[in-house]
Structure formats: C-alpha cells, structure tokens
Design a binder for this molecule. Structure first.
Ligand SMILES: [Zn+2]
Length: 328
C-alpha cells in the first residue's frame, strides 16, 4: 500500500483469483478453464484447486498464477468442520504434511479431492512465506469465522472481501464487515473479490479483482497482490481515486452511489435519486444523471478510508484502504 495504484505505472489486468478445475471440485479441465476466462475477457487466472497445484502455461493473453486453496485448524469448534480456508498465490508445491490435526483432514471421493490443514493460519502463512507466496483468507462470512479467528493470526496480506458464488448460493458472499473490523483493529488488511467458480455457467466472471501490474508477468501480478495495487469489482470500473485535504475524488463508471467507509459511524456517501445523500459534491454525471466524478467529504483523521462504488443495478466495486496512500 505504498503507492496509489490508480497513479502507478503499468496497466490494469482483470484477474480471476479463486477458481476450481476438474483437478478438484470444478467442472472444466484446467486448460479449458483458462481458455474460457480468456474468452470472457480476463488477463490473469489463478486456479486454486483444493490442496493441489494445477499448473497451466500462460496463453497469448492470459497470465496464469500458481495458486491453491489450503486450510487451517480453527482454535474453537466450528460447524461443519473444525477448519477454515485460505488462498495462496505464487507457490511451487503443496506440502505433503502441513502439520495440522488429522481429524480435520478428509477426502471427497465424489469430487476427488482431499483436504488437509495447517495447525493454524499463522503456520500456513509461514509456509507460504518460505516459498515467497501471498496469502488471502477465503470467504470469512461463508465459513462463519469470527473476526478473532483471523485477527489472532499473522502473515496474511488480506481477505476475500467478496465471493460471488457464496453470495449466489447462500447470501454469505460479502465479508466487508470482517474487513472493517480488521482495519479498525489497526491491521493493514487488503481485499480481493472472486467468483469462486466451480460451475462456469452459474459463476464464471461474476466478480473479479483488477490488478495494476507493472508488466504482464506472474511476478508483477504477485507484487500487486502483495502491495494492494488492486481494486475489487462485480461490475463498476474505478478510473481514479485521489485523496486530498478537501476530500476523496473518485472517477468511475456511472454510479448511483459512491461511499467512503471508515471506522464506526464516520463514513460518508454521495448518491443520486430519491434517497440521495450528499456528504460531498457530484462533479460530473453521465447523460442519465448517474455519478461519474465525485468529491466525498472526509471525517478528519481516521484509521483508514476505503471507497465503494455502487452502480444502478446494485453491483459494487471496492478500493483497498487508501492509507497510507492518502496525502502521500
Ligand atoms: Zn474455493
């Protein structure tokens, strides 16, 4: 989070960071899966099969990132298992014995994958760090995690703030309250959004992460995931975010509301329409009066600030926390 990704050199790449192939519980074979994302306009695909490294070479357009979905033992009982999951990027192997409680390991014969665990998230992150890999905690809301299950651990750079298939299946895809709680505790936690694709017709492309990469390489994508040179979306485009003493200026695709989130009740928003609120100033609109440029009020010195853009269909895009980007 050292530079503003909207002002960084490089280009925006559309990234699928949580997706499953027939190597675990997905329905498309790995190469076909990458080709399908390419047809859908993606630039980056990290296949994250359960406890399996599924390697597909980069194509002419799509950069593949070596990832997986791994797990850890929770310190407190949880239903239906005693474990939770994390996404890891930039690995070169899967550990044979990650050291967790074997009572939590299982094989899913029907979908032919197996699940093992690290003894806690910190241990999983330490293993990932030993291979220079980047860790994001998967779907906290869907897993029923307590904030402290994450806050008590170290070594991850962020959480999966939005998981589209969890949202569509169970209404538990939006983990932004966990994000705010972690940020409120003073942790510089980043976010990703994903489709967690298993069934392409239902899910593929329902949410994604935009990655500001210095070049079209796996290493540059990993750098962006490590430093937060990203934003999250299920539709809207964020063109620019600029923080000044006057406020936060956001340039975006047509939106009915733009929000500034910060701790507790101090957030602000500007919206159009019947229930419009104006904690700031609309600077530009499109032909139908939707917001395309706005200056949001800031509420003094806050621990963090992040932006959400909401389009006319209710689809959102999320920035990472702007600090210490702000005024920097
Ligand atoms: Zn998954």
């Amino acid at each position: 989070m050292s530079t503003n990704p909207f002002h960084a050199p490089g280009e925006w790449l559309k990234a699928a960071l949580h997706t499953h192939s027939t190597e675990s519980d997905g329905t498309l074979p790995p190469a076909r899966l990458v080709a399908t994302y390419e047809e859908a306009g993606f630039d980056v695909v990290a296949i994250t099969d359960h406890w399996r490294l599924t390697e597909v070479p980069s194509t002419g357009r799509v950069i593949t990132v070596r990832g997986a979905e791994l797990g850890w033992d929770l310190a407190r009982p949880n239903y239906p298992t005693q474990s939770a999951e994390f996404l890891v990027y930039g690995i070169d192997h899967i550990p044979e014995d990650p050291g967790g409680d074997r009572a939590n390991w299982y094989t899913n014969d029907e979908e032919h994958y197996e699940v093992r665990t690290f003894r806690d998230l910190t241990a999983g992150c330490a293993w990932a760090a030993s291979t220079d890999a980047v860790v994001y905690v998967a779907h906290p809301y869907w897993n029923g995690l307590h904030v402290d299950d994450i806050a008590s651990q170290d070594g991850y750079v962020g959480i999966e703030v939005y998981n589209a298939s969890a949202e569509n299946e169970t209404g538990r895809g939006d983990s932004s309250p966990w994000w705010d709680a972690l940020l409120r505790s003073g942790r510089p936690v980043l976010g990703i959004a994903t489709d967690d694709q298993h069934y392409p017709l239902f899910e593929l492309g329902a949410a994604w992460t935009m990655v500001r990469a210095a070049e079209r390489t796996e290493a540059a994508v990993l750098d962006a995931l490590r430093t937060g040179a990203t934003y999250l979306s299920e539709g809207p485009v964020i063109h620019d975010v600029e923080v000044s003493a006057d406020g936060v200026e956001v340039v975006c695709s047509p939106a009915r509301q733009v929000r500034l989130h910060t701790e507790e009740e101090w957030g602000t928003s500007v919206s159009v329409g019947r229930h419009g609120r104006r904690n700031g100033r609309i600077l530009e609109t499109d032909g139908r009066g939707l917001i395309t440029r706005v200056l949001l009020d800031r509420q003094g010195d806050r621990l963090y600030e992040r932006i959400t853009v909401v389009d006319e269909h209710g689809r959102r895009a999320w920035t990472n926390p702007l600090h210490p980007v702000s005024l920097g």
